[in-house]
Design a protein around this ligand. Sequence first.
Ligand code: ZN
Ligand code: ZN
Length: 138
Amino acid sequence: MKVEGSCFCQSVRYEAIVDPETVAICHCTDCQTHSGTAYGVVVGILEEGFHLLSGELKIYEKVADSGTVRALAFCPDCGTRLYAKTVGEGSSFFGLRVGTVRQRDQLVPKRQVWCQSAQGWVHNLTDIPQHEKQPSLG
Ligand SMILES: [Zn+2]
Ligand SMILES: [Zn+2]
């Protein structure tokens, strides 16, 4: 499936070929901290399937305990994270951050990973009071 997307400030724009069957929610602690929220949502793409149309990405390399290096790409102006991929030989997983994809309503998660570090409340969102927009906090 061909998709297009951008960062929050629109300076980075891309198009990519993704496999909707690979959409995953990632509850790992790296995703929690790096996204500044409770979990990441990613979709798998092929490296040849990602094309930057405008802007430049900054890369932060994170070395895991296993020695695996993950390249985390983000917009240097607004900080939006665009993708993460494994660096080096046999690197295959290239996860595009679904929140940056214009067609994200069509990318429904098929599995959840790193559930051992999931926040306790995330599986019961329907129990939390809901508002159509942000209510006044007064
Ligand atoms: Zn940006
Ligand atoms: Zn993760």
